[in-house]
Design a protein around this ligand. Structure first.
Ligand SMILES: C[S@@+](CC[C@H](N)C(=O)[O-])C[C@H]1O[C@@H](n2cnc3c(N)ncnc32)[C@H](O)[C@@H]1O
Length: 323
């Protein structure tokens, strides 16, 4: 599995099932509203609907579709939640137990489904992670009259800006390599605590690490509010506390905790990088437009969704219909 794949697999292992793409309740409500309205319109007047959610994460769109179809009394004979992270698929199939969706672990760029097998293929901040080919790979899976409906990261939107700010901070932490410095410092300190070692070398090392920590703290304070900033603040504080209370911890537990924190930061950075790589700009939307036109029997509608009235666009809305 690639670094990004492992990062998402780890995310869904630890996640509570919340949306991975947005943080604030207002933005989550806006996404829910978009899907409620769009899916209510789509299910209207249809009798049976086979649905596939690509890069499903915890299955947010499947949940919205189950609600819309229930309100419109439309049967959903086949629901499939697909993601390349097994941990995501496992979560998604659990979140709508009554509707019993099937799970499929698959790369959205190479979907393992027969042609014309779905009336509706959806994705929320997911399909674009597999590249533009995932959009064209989805088209043959649509039955006549079917549609691909996706909310897609927008390259110059606020989510991308937040990812960039998070990543800058995580990269600064990676470069400072505080965890390795703290592991070395703890080793020296334990020797001195035990009556051996070199106390003045320890003092110099303490001063050097303290400088590095302070430099990173300045960057953290200067960074915009957000989860990476909160995480870094907590981590710096916990590392300082760990050092001060080192005698209360077994060396292997303290070192293990520090290694775990370093791995968490790298995983988080990989996730931010993948979100930035996935976001589509105007140029890629044009490529999609041409691909849909060349495929002949498809119509493409692209819009922009803002999280607040009059605010900047946070996502592309992409609807590709099959005649
Ligand atoms: C930002 S999360 C969004 C998840 C979910 N759709 C949501 O809105 O909460 C991106 C998802 O895409 C999945 N993903 C990334 N690359 C993928 C690929 N090539 N094929 C399938 N899934 C992929 C990740 O595992 C992750 O679950």
């Amino acid at each position: 599995m690639s670094g990004e794949g492992a990062a998402w697999a780890a995310y869904w292992t630890g996640a509570s099932g919340d949306d991975a793409a947005v943080r604030s309740p207002e933005s989550a409500a806006r996404l829910d509203g978009y899907w409620a309205e769009t899916l209510a319109g789509f299910v209207q007047g249809r009798s049976n609907l086979d649905h596939l959610e690509l890069a499903c994460g915890s299955g947010a769109v499947t949940r919205a579709l189950v609600a819309a179809a229930g309100a419109a009394e439309v049967e959903l004979p086949r629901l499939v939640c697909s993601d390349y992270a097994l941990t995501a698929v496992s979560q998604a199939v659990k979140t709508v137990p009554d509707a019993c969706p099937a799970g499929a672990v698959a790369d959205a760029a190479r979907p393992p489904f027969r042609p014309e097998s779905f009336d509706l293929v959806t994705s929320q901040f997911g399909i674009e992670y597999a590249g533009l080919t995932a959009f064209t790979a989805a088209l043959p899976m649509l039955k006549p009259g079917g549609a691909l409906i996706a909310l897609v990261h927008i390259a110059d939107g606020p989510i991308a800006a937040e990812c960039r700010a998070n990543l800058d901070l995580l990269e600064a932490a990676h470069e400072a390599d505080l965890v390795a410095g703290m592991v070395r410092l703890l080793r020296m300190a334990r020797k001195v605590d035990g009556g051996g070692g070199n106390a003045s070398a320890l003092a110099r090392q303490e001063a050097a690490l303290s400088n590095d920590i302070n430099a990173l703290r300045q960057k953290v304070l200067a960074a915009p509010q957000g989860p990476a900033r909160d995480l870094m603040q907590r981590l710096i504080q916990d590392m300082v506390t760990l050092y001060q209370r080192r005698q209360a911890y077994a060396p292997q537990d303290a070192d293990g905790w520090l290694q775990h924190q370093a791995a968490e930061l790298d995983t988080y950075a990989a996730r931010m990088r993948s979100m930035l790589d996935a976001a589509l700009g105007e140029g890629e939307i044009e490529v999609l437009r041409e691909a849909a036109a060349q495929a002949g029997e498809f119509t493409l509608e692209v819009g922009r969704l803002a999280f607040e009235e009059g605010g900047p666009a946070c996502a592309w809305t992409i609807e590709i219909g099959r005649a």
